[in-house]
Design a protein around this ligand. Structure first.
Ligand code: ATP
Ligand code: SF4
Ligand code: MG
Length: 330
């Protein structure tokens, strides 16, 4: 499979010097063309920081302290997003990669209609497009995300939360990006709505051919809708696998805990347990495996040695990787 984004050794800190905390630690992750990649982990595990870091949209005091983000434009040589000049970066952020932020549906401008906001996005990037053409395109975008065109002249407060979320997705798709990043876009919505929106996104992905990074802490949604899942803990990827494999046979004890924390959508019921203990304090990370204070299977090396993310020797044929001493590399 062809890569569209390759994250290599990405590190992100908040703050400088002694006060700094390392929120993303040496993350390696590849997004393939046309794929839906789910990113899961408890609150504070670094999911949003990773998403903002790779698009260079980190709010201060966030700083990228190392790594590369290689973007592969279709039919052109790959480029490192972290080395782009401002003009290239602006283009990348809008036309190549769109990000729908956590809580984005509340960021629609209350004093402008949906049409105006969609048309503004188009105007900013295609200044030669006529007003009529922009209006047509706005109507088409709404139809794509399942909103009747007669809603074009509505104000955000006249729409339900789910509709506002769809408008945001429409905006993200306005410039036909290669990659759409959704950062927990559905937390505020009810479960039925979450699933509808995700299904729609996956369906659009099939028709339009973009790739999706979908961030959530609800693993059951990812199991249903994503091709691959990456699990984050304490700023690191601790497991990455095709969704079905992760669901059937997760290798990292933290992934097991996350899977047990959500009711399955289908199949046999599991006992819901959650994960005892709390996420690590970035200012005082445990030595060795960061999960060891909470891990029911911790043993000797876990307390002192950091397990690298490797293709596990006990599952060598599968396209998956894990960072756990129970499953060392070959
Ligand atoms: P959630 O599921 O709650 O959205 P997340 O996985 O997206 O969590 P991040 O928001 O990326 O987590 O945060 C990762 C870590 O970085 C957290 O420990 C958080 O406290 C810290 N952090 C985030 N933003 C800042 C900031 N502006 N200044 C200092 N630390 C921050
Ligand atoms: Fe648990 Fe050790 Fe694996 Fe960490 S490395 S998840 S502590 S068994
Ligand atoms: Mg977040």
């Amino acid at each position: 499979k062809e890569p569209v984004l390759e994250i290599k050794g990405l590190c992100v800190d908040y703050g400088l010097g002694e006060q700094s905390v390392q929120a993303v630690r040496d993350v390696n992750l590849t997004l393939h063309r046309g794929e839906v990649l789910g990113l899961a982990g408890e609150s504070g595990s670094g999911k949003s920081t990773l998403a903002y870091g790779l698009t260079r949209l980190l709010p201060p005091p966030g700083v990228i302290t190392g790594g590369k983000v290689i973007y592969h434009p279709p039919g052109e040589p790959p480029v490192d997003v972290l080395q782009m000049d401002n003009a290239a970066l602006r283009r990348f952020r809008w036309a190549e990669t769109s990000i729908v932020f956590q809580g984005a549906m509340n960021s629609l401008n209350p004093v402008h209609t949906v049409a105006t906001q969609l048309m503004d996005v188009l105007a900013a990037h295609e200044p030669n497009m006529s007003r009529e053409a922009r209006k047509d395109r706005a109507r088409e975008l709404l139809r794509l995300v399942g909103i009747a065109p007669d809603r074009l002249d509505s104000y955000p407060h006249q729409l339900s939360g789910g509709m506002r979320q769809r408008v945001m997705i429409g905006m993200a798709l306005a410039l036909e990006p290669q990659v759409v990043i959704m950062d927990e876009p559905t937390t505020a919505l009810d479960v039925v709505m979450q699933r509808q929106i995700l299904r729609q996104l996956v369906d659009l992905r099939e028709r339009l051919g973009f790739s999706v990074v979908f961030i959530t802490h609800d693993l059951s949604l990812l199991v249903e809708f994503s091709d691959r899942i990456a699990i984050m803990y304490g700023g690191r990827i601790v497991e990455e696998a095709p969704s079905a494999k992760l669901y059937r046979d997760s290798l990292h004890p933290y992934s097991d805990g996350l899977l047990n924390a959500f009711p399955p959508l289908r199949g046999e019921r599991r006992e819901l347990s959650g994960i005892p203990g709390s996420p690590p304090d970035l200012r005082a990370m445990p030595t060795g495996c960061a999960f060891h204070p909470r891990c029911p299977k911790a043993f000797d090396p876990c307390r002192t040695d950091l397990p690298p993310l490797v293709v596990p020797a006990d599952h060598p044929e599968q396209e998956r990787s894990v960072a756990c001493w129970l499953h060392p590399g070959a």
